[in-house]
Design a protein around this ligand. Sequence first.
Ligand code: FAD
Length: 391
Amino acid sequence: MQFDVIIIGAGAAGLMCAATAGRRGRKTLLLDHAAKLAEKIRISGGGRCNFTNVNARFDCYLSDNPHFCRSALAQYTPQDFIDLLDRHGIGYHEKKLGQLFCDEGSERIIAMLAEECEAAGVERRMGVAISSVASREGGGFALEASVGGLACESLVIATGGLSIPQIGATPFGYQVAEQFGLPVTRLSPALVPLTFHVEDAETFAPLAGVSLDVEARVGKARFRENVLFTHKGVSGPAILQVSSYWEPGMELTLDLLPATDAEAWLEERAGSEQLIANAMAEHGWPKRFAEAWLERQGFAGRLKDLVPKRRKQLAESLHNWRIKPNGTQGYKKAEVTRGGVSTKALSSKTMMANEAPGLFFIGEVVDVTGWLGGYNFQWAWSSGHVAGMNC
Ligand SMILES: Cc1cc2nc3c(=O)[nH]c(=O)nc-3n(C[C@H](O)[C@H](O)[C@H](O)COP(=O)(O)OP(=O)(O)OC[C@H]3O[C@@H](n4cnc5c(N)ncnc54)[C@H](O)[C@@H]3O)c2cc1C
């Protein structure tokens, strides 16, 4: 049971790393405790896997060191993954904003990665529990696993983050990092719906299902996408994006008319008999939302009743609606975990731990968190490839 490379975690990063290492002629074992391969790929992108983003650049990632991901992203680019799909004859399409989805669904991506591993001679074992990891005298690592003792020269940790524990997420990777003295940054759910305080929830819970085009802002982060009102708070791509920047106590600001100068629009209609709530339909607002929102902001009646000062106030509220979420929906609903194994402890060129030769960390377990839209898979492919070339 001696291998050149053992990779723990057969998700996106682990599969890419295994195929790359195997192709280099390394005797590679890929292990996972789950029964099914790559469940996160399977459920990703609504079953269609948003496998990359053509605009993936270092500044689309959050990390204590935002420059850390540059090297891996340059060594294995979105085009490299697209070329891989082309070689397998797999079709894809761009939905929006550079987001590429698989025409045939996520299963095809999993099958492609499994084929790549097989062609590279990778041995893969599912349903394997690892009870301990230790370094061996003279180099390398020894593992105690449910299949017996295992040994390897290089050990790659690709166990992902904490999100969606119901399909196998564990803190295993962070625990191994700590065991080897590598720091782990603060962890929090990211790309996650935000929840409302009781008083906001009472107003907006009945509006669950309403979706609007907004610009969402948290601190300096701003994203123009849709917001979706839910029974518990707000979700939708605009909210998931800013949630990665949100900290407890921070305000969320929504520009509810991002394409319009609200004051000028209200001025144009200053003499109108129309109810303000009805006029909002011009901007795609459902009436029930317009009525509830306007009432909450203290506006009612007809457009002609708005004196200039009130018009200004309404315009200000429309462009800068401030909400103070009281939390997130947590790891059960988060697409990713923000934070992870500190980039300070890793080489950005190889993903190897600086102080633990032969030990690598890749994918989401590392403190590199991408935006929504294919960026996280690109990080998994890039970091997996880089480690695969060096382990
Ligand atoms: C609902 C949802 C949709 C998503 N959609 C997209 C999308 O469309 N595009 C995108 O870019 N990103 C998407 N993501 C994020 C993306 O899935 C992850 O960032 C990516 O899968 C991370 O890859 P990874 O290999 O690091 O971890 P994972 O893919 O999570 O793989 C980790 C593997 O490690 C295994 N493991 C964990 N603990 C242990 C242990 N103790 N012992 C052995 N094995 C272990 C797990 O079973 C798993 O197979 C989505 C996430 C979710 C939850």
